[in-house]
Design a protein around this ligand. Structure first.
Ligand code: HSE
Length: 436
């Protein structure tokens, strides 16, 4: 093998980053790989837009077959995104014996099994470091450096757009819609930011991380997903008064074989390192039984950081090829026959602390009625603030509970909202404050 040859599908932002890192760091990549490596072909429907990088004549093509069926190409990088045609191209490339590197979290989280089965049969690698946390080497940490650990939890701030919005809302006291517009103007949020703000992008990522950490398949449809569009400046202010920040937190936990995989706005104490992850940055907190809590932090998106992760995967495959290793590291970090289908706990069964903001009439006995209902449902109050009245007649009552079961909280809220003194629906935000 005179060179590890690479083909690229998708010449968008990340694809351009891959070309840039290939060109700028050729020497160091080859010094570290101990071998030549070459980007041979790039396929994209648009081969006329100037991406600000110079390419050799003939490198660009609109014909995807010139990459996926090219006998000279060893590794195919898929940066098209979405389910189709990315999935068909990847399956076809695998069938032709190509190793795959992808940044496609949606595809891997939803259709990963089909791709993994095909890769396993063919004996080729599928690597997707760039799919989670951009440039942060979280997947290789789980699969390699920390692989002797049993993980009890993986928590992440995994969406830069949401984290930017929540950070600005906290810093400026602005409302969600204003900051979303700002994020779009700055180019952080997509023109259609639905997947980001509704938490779907984060859910794709925590589904993958939970599968890798706990050695399980994760049915994406069972991942509870709540976005940040209902977060208000009022709740951010009350959270701050109680010593908390609100983050869109991805949570994976393993309780002796039953797992939690969920995404929702979460209040975390402002003393936690995760609370200091601001702006577009991402972070993942892993807890392994021997390594203990470990935080990885960095750029979770963007052309260069994501290209760095893509090229790390390409080089890992190149090294294995050169050493004659065949799937040295299992694709999902566990031997395929050891991967289980661990049950995901229903949200009604989870135990959490809760921030509850009631809106009720400002009259004697209101607090007693609310506290009474909570008590009847086994919910104990940890702290409370009753700020000044914001609206005519109504007053906010803000409570933090001790650990409670979500089903009990749901039943209590149903009952409380039937009380004549309650004037608006209750705002609930889960709290993660027992990380130790
Ligand atoms: N849209 C994502 C984010 C980046 O805002 O973090 C790609 O996963």
């Amino acid at each position: 093998m005179s060179s590890i040859n690479v083909g690229l599908l998708g010449f968008g932002t990340i694809g351009t980053g891959v070309v840039r890192i290939f060109q700028k760091n050729t020497e160091i990549i080859q010094q570290r790989l101990c071998h030549n490596i070459a980007l041979m072909k790039i396929a994209d429907l648009d081969i006329t837009t100037d991406r600000g990088v110079k390419l050799e004549a003939g490198m660009l093509t609109t014909d995807v077959e010139e990459v996926i069926s090219n006998p000279e190409i060893d590794v195919v990088i898929e940066l098209i995104g979405g389910y189709e045609p990315a999935k068909s191209f990847i399956l076809k490339a695998i069938a032709q014996g190509k190793h795959i590197v992808t940044a496609n979290k949606a595809l891997m989280a939803v259709h990963g099994q089909e791709i993994l089965d095909a890769a396993q049969r063919q004996g080729v690698a599928v690597m997707f470091e760039a799919a989670v946390g951009g440039g942060i080497p979280i997947i290789s940490a789980i699969k390699e450096s920390l692989c002797a650990n049993q993980f009890s939890s993986v928590l992440g701030i995994l969406n830069g757009t949401c984290n930017f919005i929540l950070t600005k809302m906290f810093q400026d006291g602005s409302d969600f819609a204003t900051v979303l517009k700002e994020a779009q103007d700055l180019g952080y949020a997509e023109a259609d930011p639905t997947f980001d703000i509704e938490g779907v992008d984060t859910a794709h990522k925590i589904a993958l991380l939970s599968a890798l950490c706990f050695g399980t398949t994760v049915d994406f449809d069972q991942v509870y997903t709540e976005g940040i569009d209902q977060i208000t400046a009022v709740d951010i202010t009350f959270a701050a008064q109680m010593g908390y920040k609100i983050k869109l937190l991805a949570i994976g936990k393993n309780h002796g074989g039953r797992i939690e995989v969920r995404v929702h706005p979460t209040m975390i104490p402002d003393s936690y390192q995760l609370a200091e992850v601001d702006g577009v940055f991402n972070a993942v907190r892993l807890t392994g039984d021997f390594v203990g809590p470990t935080l990885l932090y960095g750029s979770g998106a963007g052309m260069d950081a994501t290209a760095s992760a893509v090229m790390g995967d390409v080089m890992a495959i190149g090294r294995d090829q050169l050493s004659g290793a065949r799937l040295r590291v299992p694709i999902m970090g566990y031997c395929p026959d050891q991967i289980k289908a661990l049950p995901i706990k229903a949200m009604s069964e989870i135990v959490s602390h809760y921030y509850l903001r009631f809106t009720a009439l400002d009259q004697p006995g209101v607090l007693a009625q609310i506290a009474g209902c909570l008590g009847e449902h086994n919910i104990s109050i940890q702290s409370m603030i009753q700020p000044e009245r914001h609206e005519v007649d109504s007053v906010p009552i803000v409570l933090m509970t001790h650990a409670a079961m979500e089903a009990d909280v749901a039943n209590a809220l149903k009952r409380i909202e039937q009380l004549a003194i309650v004037t608006q629906s209750t705002r609930l935000i889960r709290v993660e404050n027992d990380l130790g």
